[in-house]
Design a protein around this ligand. Structure first.
Ligand code: ADE
Length: 541
């Protein structure tokens, strides 16, 4: 009996102890929250960064589940804070308090309340006293930035797209003016060059004097002087292989002093491409190093009529001469720029980069041939970074295209070098017309921009060509002649300020071909001043 009493006593003691423990536990976990509780109060808080609610009342929340809540509202100029307790299991103003487990009260904006409405909840004592608007502010800033930037971005996209479309339109217009489908290599009018049938392995091998034996040459008179070299008329002595095989007796020797090795090497390398050979490109024979005289030589065909500038100074020409000179000049430049030969084989495109009337020779048949390739550039993918970097501004200031004067040529696009050549070619075509008797009264020869001093510098050319957008004058009297009118229209398109809008040299050549009927119609009157008989026997080609 005693034993039973003893065990009942211990059971009761243990039971009572565990009930006490449970009560204590629930007392610790479920302590009622202390929150700021002022209901609605006016505030000076502007809803930026952080604020302290101006509420002096701290309440023990009625329900143990309650958390602290703050609401910030702005209606017109009336700004208020609501502070109170709320059980997050229930909706508040139609909202679920998702942030009630936070230790800090971080405001979130609720839209569509007819006023600015921010709410936060948190579950630490008096945590609704210090309010943070940081994230809201960020989103406001982002919103403001977006609202102000989006119209600007849209405008920029519209402007860039319109500009791009305009450029594409101009480019298409420029190329459509001459589009005739793929080149027709069987065209009887196409230039016949004597490399037909030679295989492409001949590239770089032709014309070089490999046996190291110097040609027997007798220098005659000085016929030209350039920046890097002098040109002599010369005689190939009897029995020489070049003389016998290629029919040359009189040749031109371009002599570079040792110091101008780079220029000689560049010109030699350009000439050494067999595919460069063309009726309208100076015929190259060979290159030599003359150690004794410390000179480098380039040996080429000799053209007794000399350069085009000299020729125009001394001759007034007919429409037929103009047509011959202009057409052959365009053909020469087109061949240089082309990446295929007249028989369709691949060749490297070349930019001349110093096209001017004194770098063009006049052949006996009154056609032009391009010479002086000292600054020429092979437009292939072997171009080194250095070569490209040094290609910004070369040539003769008077003939430099606007983008070259500005050193703003697009070095990444090989077409830009061709476009700069086309600009210079347009100035030469203008010089040719200025000496043609079909324009009416013919004045003394003047170079393009002749009002400028002898060798204008880049800065004076910038003033004329860039600042004033000046070009040589095309008087009204010039366009009375149908053919000259067409040439002037082409010139105008070739010296366009926008390189992309310029015609290609091939296109100009085709326009000359289209005028062949005019040439046939016009009575041919050759250039007015004749050269002495003696000098017309140089090139037997
Ligand atoms: N001047 C420069 N090169 C010439 C050449 N090959 N023939 C005649 N005169 C020139």
């Amino acid at each position: 009996m005693e034993l039973r009493r003893f065990s009942v006593f211990w059971c009761r003691t243990i039971l009572f102890g565990s009930v006490l423990l449970q009560e204590a536990e629930s007392y610790i976990v479920k302590l009622s929250r202390l929150c700021k509780f002022c209901d609605v109060r006016a505030t000076s808080c502007m809803g930026v960064k952080s604020c302290k609610v101006e509420c002096g009342i701290t309440s023990i929340c009625p329900d143990k589940q309650d958390v602290c809540v703050s609401i910030w509202r702005k209606m017109d100029d009336n700004i208020t804070f609501d502070t109170f307790c709320h059980n997050p299991a229930h909706m508040l103003h139609g909202l679920v308090l998702e942030d009630h487990n936070n230790s800090k009260c971080e405001m979130k904006e609720v839209k569509g309340r007819g006023s600015q409405f921010f709410i936060c909840s948190c579950s630490e004592d008096e945590c609704n006293e210090n309010i943070f608007f940081s994230s809201t502010l960020d989103s406001q800033v982002v919103e403001i930035i977006l609202v102000s930037l989006v119209p600007l971005l849209v405008m920029a996209v519209i402007v860039i797209t319109s500009f791009y479309c305009y450029r594409v339109y101009r480019q298409r217009k420029a190329s459509s003016r001459c589009k005739r489908g793929p080149p027709d290599f069987s065209d009887a009018r196409a230039i016949i060059i004597d490399d037909e049938g030679s295989d492409s392995s001949s590239t770089h091998a032709n014309n070089l004097n490999h046996n190291m034996e110097l040609l027997p040459i007798e220098l005659d008179v000085l016929v030209g002087k350039g920046r890097f070299a002098e040109v002599y008329k010369a005689k190939l002595k009897q029995g020489c292989s070049v003389s016998e095989e290629q029919g040359f007796e009189t040749v031109a020797i371009k002599i570079f002093p040792y110091e101008e090795y780079a220029s000689w090497k560049n010109e030699k390398e350009i000439f050494s491409d067999a595919d460069l050979r063309h009726d309208n490109v100076l015929h190259f024979l060979t290159a030599e190093e003359r150690k004794v005289q410390r000179q480098y030589w380039l040996i080429t065909a000799y053209h007794p009529r000399g350069n085009l500038q000299e020729f125009l100074i001394h001759h007034v020409i007919s429409w037929h001469d103009l047509w011959m000179l202009g057409r052959s000049l365009a053909l020469g430049v087109a061949h240089l720029h082309s990446d295929h030969t007249t028989c369709g084989r691949y060749k490297v495109a070349i930019a001349h980069r110093d096209i001017k009337s004194s770098n063009i020779l006049v052949k006996n048949d009154l056609t032009c041939c391009l010479c002086d390739f000292g600054l020429a550039l092979r437009l292939d993918n072997t171009l080194s970074v250095d070569e490209l970097a040094n290609s910004g501004q070369v040539g003769t200031a008077r003939y430099m295209a606007p983008e070259v004067l500005e050193s703003r040529i697009n070095l990444e696009n090989i077409e830009s070098f061709k476009q700069a050549d086309v600009y210079s070619m347009a100035l030469v075509l203008w010089e040719i017309i200025s000496r043609c008797n079909a324009i009416g009264e013919v004045k003394e020869y003047e170079p393009p921009f002749g009002n400028l001093r002898e060798n204008p510098c880049v800065e004076s050319m910038k003033d004329s060509v860039l600042r004033d957008r000046g070009r040589p004058e095309i008087p009204n009297s010039w366009i009375n002649h149908t053919g000259i009118q067409v040439v002037c229209a082409s010139i105008d398109e070739c010296w366009d300020h926008d390189p992309e809008a310029r015609l290609t040299a091939q296109c100009v050549a085709e326009r000359f071909y289209d005028m062949e009927y005019l040439d046939k119609l016009s009575g041919r009157s050759d250039s007015e001043e004749k050269l002495p008989e003696e000098i017309s026997t140089g090139d037997k080609k």
